[in-house]
Design a binder for this molecule. Structure first.
Ligand code: CU
Length: 415
């Protein structure tokens, strides 16, 4: 296969005398791929190049903002910027600190009034309730990316502020688990330093239907689990809310009204490496970062164009977890892996933004309306659209402030 390349030169010449390290001073010349390779090994090399490029761009932006050469709040600097890392690159101690904080959060008292989410029993449930109540406005809509960025960031902050966690939000790199297989990865091998195991194997499960309101159905094989998670830190976890639109292995969906009632049950998983490998491998990730030239195409490629038969990397990650609540678009934050998945979604967006940062963190970085595939029709999302996470966390912010991970209230980058 033949691939052409473009050479992108990072212009940091105006900065060169302000930079601390001679190594970082040199304006690097990057050869960035013009098309994502369909060869997975080649595509993972492309992802490495893109990751290095994004790192360099992000650090150079931080320097510019710090030196007052670029308007920014100037509060986020190279010294205080948080660095979010891949799960497997954390030390065992760091991983346990993270899962301990999540388990602590699941024991803290809910803030959501019972009149709004009667089934909420913990702070962790506040987040699920907020997601359930807003699901139809925050997927295939103009706020999909900013909403989930804000949600994941506040979750990270809550773990730090309410449960003494001192690290940052780790992410799940699907390109890695597509290679190792989910059950064999440090993320899901069921050890004490993982995010928990597969569910207990339930034989004879059928086909799972992926869909959603207004979406054509995609048939998926069931995975290698199906029952309650058997080992690791979330073995005894209780899921309190939902289901609302849970895809079952027999091809049907099940829901209990608005999904907001109290319905305690175990955390179920049905790890499906086939889905990970087909929809969220290195080639899929590289394609989402390299191909789209505008935010509309980026969002649609990431979530899958309806009718294309493609789950996108977003659905690919969600559905490869399988089980309950991961196969329920409304209740999905009920599996703690949700936040690592959405940190990776955010990282892919962050990388794509940094390829043309000014444009992609401004008005041209927004596309869509306030409803799922604009059904029913609603107003376009703009810089002034407000995102409110309800009782999970506050205060509300405008989309304007959520487009950059370093220039607004956020101060983080990805490694
Ligand atoms: Cu969501």
């Amino acid at each position: 296969m033949h691939f052409s390349c473009v050479v992108v030169i990072l212009l940091v010449s105006s900065l060169s005398n302000a930079l601390p390290s001679p190594h970082e001073d040199t304006a690097p010349t990057y050869t960035l791929p013009a098309a994502a390779s369909t060869d997975v090994a080649e595509a993972s090399k492309q992802l490495d190049q893109l990751a290095k490029f994004a790192q360099q761009q992000a650090r150079s932006l931080l320097k510019q903002e710090h030196n007052g050469e670029k308007p920014g709040k100037g509060k986020c600097t190279l010294e205080n910027v948080a660095i979010r890392r891949e799960w497997g690159s954390l030390s065992p101690k760091e991983r346990i600190a993270y899962t301990d904080a999540v388990r602590c959060f699941q024991k803290k008292q809910a803030k959501t009034p019972a009149s709004l989410v009667p089934g909420a029993r913990s702070r962790y449930d506040d987040w699920i309730g907020t997601h359930i109540n807003q699901t139809v406005f925050i997927h295939y809509s103009g706020t999909f990316l900013t909403w989930h960025r804000f949600f994941t960031w506040h979750y990270e902050q809550a773990l730090r502020n309410e449960c003494g966690y001192t690290g940052y939000q780790p992410y799940w790199n699907w390109a890695l688990t597509a290679v190792t297989g989910l059950e064999e990865s440090p993320l899901l091998d069921g050890s004490d330093t993982s995010m928990g195991s597969n569910g207990e194997f339930v034989p004879g499960q059928g086909t799972v239907i992926f869909g959603g309101p207004g979406l054509p159905e995609i048939l998926l094989p069931s995975g290698t689990g199906g029952g309650c998670v058997t080992s690791g830190p979330f073995k005894d976890m209780t899921v309190n809310l939902g289901p609302l639109a849970l895809g079952l292995a027999n091809g049907s969906t099940i829901g209990l009204g608005d999904g907001l009632g109290y319905n305690p049950r175990c955390l179920k998983r049905d790890l499906t490496t086939w889905i990970n490998r087909n929809f969220a491998n290195a080639s899929s990730v590289a394609r989402v970062i390299i191909k789209p030239k505008d935010i509309y195409d980026f969002q649609m490629t990431m979530q899958g164009y309806p009718g294309s038969g493609d789950l996108g990397i977003h659905g690919g990650g969600h559905y490869s977890m399988g089980g309950d609540p991961a196969r329920d678009a409304f209740v999905s934050p009920g599996d703690p892996l949700f936040y690592l998945h959405h940190a990776m979604i955010d990282r892919v967006w962050w990388t794509w933004q940094l390829l043309d940062n000014e444009k992609r963190t401004g008005a041209e970085g927004i596309s869509g309306t306030g409803t799922f595939l604009d059904t029913p029709p609603s107003a376009n999302t703009t810089l002034d659209t407000v995102i409110d996470l309800g009782f999970a966390a506050g205060p509300p912010q405008t989309v304007r402030d959520l487009l950059s991970t370093t220039a607004g209230p956020f101060c983080y980058i990805y490694l």
